[in-house]
Ligand binder design. Structure first.
Ligand code: SF4
Ligand code: SF4
Length: 366
């Protein structure tokens, strides 16, 4: 990752905050900078990923614009955060995808749907086709499962390489035992979104109305993604071990999990978009918004196409809805290392360092 005007501005804001510390109990960023006056590039990218962009410190800040010091910590850290996703991407050329992220997400989505259309049986695309194995008469199961697993394996490997590069840059010295001791706390902080609270009143998307809605919508969306993954796992178990072929009855576990998961994804991602549209612009970083919106729209596309497939699977629309849904799922998998979802493992890595430092079992790397 290279230094530039964004990292320099974040470092300036962090130095001012470390001298001020008015917001010391707002989130994990302030305890992490307490007593420090110099921040390396690795420190800045660590702190950028430790920030949950709750905006609480911006609304509380007596040095925020129009003050001449113009401290805008959420914006400064958000600009560095997206640079860290790009800077630690492996292979490095993948990092360019963050510069025009909405275009990349749209392009990958369209190409993925076209790819599924190409392998689908044209004779089955526009005709009603129901009963056991109906989906596999449109897209052969070997291609459906093999393509999804290959895309997922490629993406997870690439993502792991990027997160490992980030971790190597920010990791403090310490023993493996200290790392293991810090893991439960870091996991709990990641899963509960502990630092999306913005101090007391909740997330400061709007200065006049801090609320906990963003955390709620985020939990709904992640819960929905988890249930949908669970539905796929149960369906795979049914097929592999029980010999039952999709589509499954409405009152079956995979359909129940998938339907509830789809609704939660719609509510969560839709709610996050509304929150984002209504949020104060001042603490936002404009260059991060396309990636945010693009991933939320793709998640909505996944959920909506899945629910539409469930609703119209016995009609002539099933073939096209299936190819649309499979294409969007494929796009979601392919975009894991180059879309907004990278924030999850990056934030976990930052929270792990914070937990390590909090445990005082290690000393920060300089
Ligand atoms: S955000 Fe402003 S008030 Fe809060 S610690 Fe930084 S300089 Fe101080
Ligand atoms: S925006 Fe929220 S999470 Fe980020 S530094 Fe400020 S208070 Fe902490």
């Amino acid at each position: 990752m290279q230094a530039d005007d964004a990292t320099e501005e974040a470092e300036r804001a962090l130095r001012l905050c470390s001298a001020c510390m008015f917001c010391d109990d707002y989130c994990a960023v302030f305890p992490a900078i307490a007593g420090k006056h110099d921040f390396s590039l690795a420190d800045v990218s660590y702190l950028a990923n430790l920030c949950h962009n709750c905006r609480g410190c911006y609304h509380a800040c007596q040095y925020a614009p129009p003050h001449e010091l113009a401290v805008n910590l959420p914006q400064a850290l958000a600009r560095v955060r997206i640079r860290s996703y790009a800077g630690f991407a492996r292979p490095r050329w993948l990092g360019r995808a963050f510069a025009h992220n909405a275009t990349i997400v749209a392009l990958v989505s369209v190409l993925s749907v076209l790819a599924v259309l190409l392998v689908a049986d044209p004779a089955k695309l526009l005709s009603a086709n129901s009963g056991e194995g109906a989906f596999y008469r449109v897209v052969p199961r070997e291609i459906m499962v093999g393509g999804a697993l290959a895309a997922l394996a490629l993406s997870l490997t690439t993502l792991a390489l990027g997160v490992a590069a980030f971790w190597r840059a920010i990791a403090p010295d310490g023993s493996r035992a200290a790392l293991l001791r810090a893991l439960p706390r870091a996991l709990a902080d990641t899963v509960t979104l502990r630092y999306l609270g913005g101090g007391d009143g909740g997330c400061g998307d709007r200065i006049e109305a801090p609320s906990r809605l963003r955390r709620l919508f985020h939990h709904l969306m992640v819960g929905g993604l988890g249930l949908s993954f669970g539905a796929t796992a149960v369906a795979a178990y049914y097929h592999r071990w029980l010999g039952w072929e999709a589509p499954y009855p409405l009152l079956s576990l995979p359909v129940g999990l998938g339907a509830v998961g789809g609704v939660l994804m719609l509510l969560g991602a839709g709610g996050l978009i509304v929150q984002k549209l209504r949020a104060d612009r001042a603490p936002s970083a404009a260059e991060t918004l396309p990636a945010d919106y693009a991933m939320l729209v793709l998640i909505i596309g996944n959920a909506a196409s899945g629910l539409a497939l469930l609703a119209w699977r016995s009609t002539a629309a099933m073939g096209l809805l299936l190819t649309l849904h499979l294409g969007l799922v494929l796009a979601l998998f392919l975009l894991l290392p180059v879309g907004k979802l990278v924030h999850a493992p990056f934030r976990f890595a930052a929270l792990l360092r914070a937990a390590l430092e909090r445990n005082r079992a290690v000393s920060p790397k300089r």
